[in-house]
Design a protein around this ligand. Structure first.
Ligand code: ADP
Length: 549
């Protein structure tokens, strides 16, 4: 095609005539001025475009009837899927049905105007788009055809992608800009103008459209960053502030990178800007609300702590004097008096234990619980809690069984009182939520080299999977129809969880409704860190729970 462009039309016509002569009588070939027939034939045979030569067929009145093929190059043979020898000499319709009818307007046109004509045509049955050019000369014309199917498909794909990108940027209000690094021209989409609060007409299309609108405190840094991005080719990702013409400050999330266009070779910097002012405001508001909530939580905890303290003093007096009265006036009290006195004592003690729980929770939440760590033996802790809990268990006819201790169970470094408090909470729940009779199991295990687990298992009502995640929240109690309502306010597990956190442990539950629950407390331990082996009787380093951060 390029070769043809270099020839004048006259030269081309001359060569075509020569070719036609060659087809009929090769000895008669005229000698072209600058290109030999051989060279011309080589060009014709090697052109990537299909080329076909036709001779008009007219009726007696001189009207064009059809045209007959004079020659076809190899690209044409490939494109048509026909051998040259099988088609040369045939009319258009003999080669392709309805070709005359289809192309008559074009052939008529080029012979009426005497000018070349280019057009595009689509062959539906083979899904092919061709760009054709027909050139008339004398009673002949030739047509070149170039397959543009891929180009068409690519440009359709490109159009679709551009449309999708435009719709996405419009819907998500993303500003897109482009800086030509050769010319320094800056262009941006309408969303950029919206974000920057500018009229598209007022833009100078230079980098100052952007830099002049940067917040003065961010300008130097951002300009330097963009410069680095241009020099090093590194991607830029960051936030900066702009000031709109109305004086409003907006926060922009930006990213940009260099695109080196393969076709033009011109490097361009492409970037996106998103206005995140609303999100930033929201984050700031949330931060303020969080601080306020923390402050009011601390105030609540402080209030509860002091209230609980104030309540305990008179309550201790009520309990103390009731006990004294029971002792001192034992012989003067009637059966009914004693019953009333027992009720006062029991209610007082119950109230005291609730107040203690509330006080504990508020102190832990206020961060004022001291942890007093020492090396302790799990067996000692089990002895202690068992003694404490047995009277409660026996009232319901429940037995407390201890699983055999695993061999080489290490001593742990923890707070004796707080660890006991957690286990007592778990054991008293096991008693509360188990039917009379039956068994509660207390166990210690070493599930992995990094963990030690203490657990309390009951055969009580069990806890549904959805409820298992909420029972550790303060003041959460479940309604279990199969049980008579148990005393409590829903603080015990919340306190136990917070204490476990403070001790560097994790508390959890495995449970099936109707079959019972296992509440467990895990401590992390240093691999290989051992202490005096409780069953082996050796002494070594203490096993430390994780730092209670
Ligand atoms: P309280 O026992 O005072 O209600 P807790 O915080 O100790 O408060 O327990 C919260 C809730 O978890 C209880 O009300 C009960 O519904 C459920 N729960 C706790 N331990 C058990 C258990 N061993 N078996 C069944 N349900 C339990």
């Amino acid at each position: 095609m390029v070769e043809y462009d270099r020839l004048s039309r006259e030269e081309l016509v001359e060569r075509l005539k020569a070719l036609e002569n060659g087809v009929s009588d090769r000895t008669q070939l005229p000698n072209p001025r600058s290109v030999s027939e051989e060279q011309y034939r080589t060009l014709f045979d090697n052109m990537v475009e299909e080329v076909h030569f036709w001779k008009l067929v007219r009726d007696d009145a001189g009207h064009i009837q059809t045209w007959r093929l004079v020659d076809l190059n190899p690209a044409g043979e490939r494109s048509w899927g026909m051998a040259r020898a099988s088609v040369v000499g045939k009319t258009a319709d003999e080669i392709f049905t309805t070709a005359t009818e289809h192309f008559m307007p074009i052939v008529t046109r080029i012979f009426e105007t005497g000018q070349p004509y280019s057009w595009e045509t689509y062959f539906q049955d083979i899904d092919q788009h061709m760009r054709m050019t027909s050139v008339p000369f004398g009673e002949y014309f030739f047509t070149t055809g170039f397959d543009v199917t891929e180009l068409k498909k690519n440009s359709a794909r490109q159009e679709k992608l551009s449309l999708m990108a435009r719709m996405a940027t419009e819907a998500s209000e993303i500003g897109v800009w482009e800086l030509d690094l050769d010319t320094g021209r800056l262009t941006w989409n309408p969303q950029m103008s919206q974000i920057f609060g500018t009229e598209p007409k007022s833009l100078s299309h230079t980098a100052s459209d952007w830099s002049d609108r940067l917040h003065p405190d961010d300008r130097d840094e951002m300009v330097a960053k963009l410069q680095t991005c241009i020099e090093t080719g590194e991607k830029f990702v960051g936030n900066f502030r702009i000031v709109t013409p109305s004086g409003e400050t907006r926060v922009i999330k930006a990213r940009s990178e260099i695109l080196k266009s393969e076709s033009s070779g011109t490097p361009v910097l492409i970037g996106t800007n998103i206005d995140i002012t609303a999100q930033e405001d929201l984050i700031n508001e949330l931060q303020v609300s969080k601080e306020l909530a923390n402050a009011s939580n601390a105030a609540k905890s402080e209030f509860l702590a002091s209230m609980s303290h104030e309540l305990r003093t008179p309550l201790n007096a009520v309990i103390g004097y009731s006990e004294l009265l029971k002792l001192m006036a034992a012989d003067r009290l009637t059966e009914k008096d004693r019953e009333y006195l027992d009720d006062i004592l029991e209610s007082g003690q119950h109230l005291l234990s609730l107040i203690n729980d509330v006080l504990d929770l508020s102190q832990i939440e206020a961060g004022s619980v001291e942890i007093d760590e020492e090396e302790i033996s799990i067996a000692d802790i089990f002895d202690h809690v068992e003694t404490f809990i047995l009277p409660l268990a026996s009232r319901k006819g429940l037995s407390i069984e201890r699983q055999p201790m695993p061999p080489c169970l290490p001593r742990v470094c923890s707070d004796r009182m707080r660890l006991s408090q957690i286990l007592i909470n778990l054991l008293s729940n096991a008693i509360k939520y188990s039917p009379d009779g039956g068994r509660i199991t207390l166990a210690a295990e070493i599930p992995s080299r990094h963990r030690i687990r203490l657990s309390v298992t009951d055969a009580g009502c069990g806890i549904a999977p959805d409820d298992q995640s909420v029972i550790f929240d303060p003041f959460t109690r479940l309604h279990n129809d199969s049980m008579t309502p148990a005393e409590g306010v829903g603080i015990g597990l919340a306190v136990s969880k917070k204490l476990a956190d403070r001790l560097g442990g994790v508390i959890g539950v495995d449970s099936d409704v109707g079959s019972g629950s296992t509440f467990w407390l895990d401590f992390p331990c240093e691999p290989g860190g051992t202490t005096r082996d409780e069953s082996c009787g050796k002494t070594s380093r203490p096993l430390m729970p994780a730092d209670p951060a």
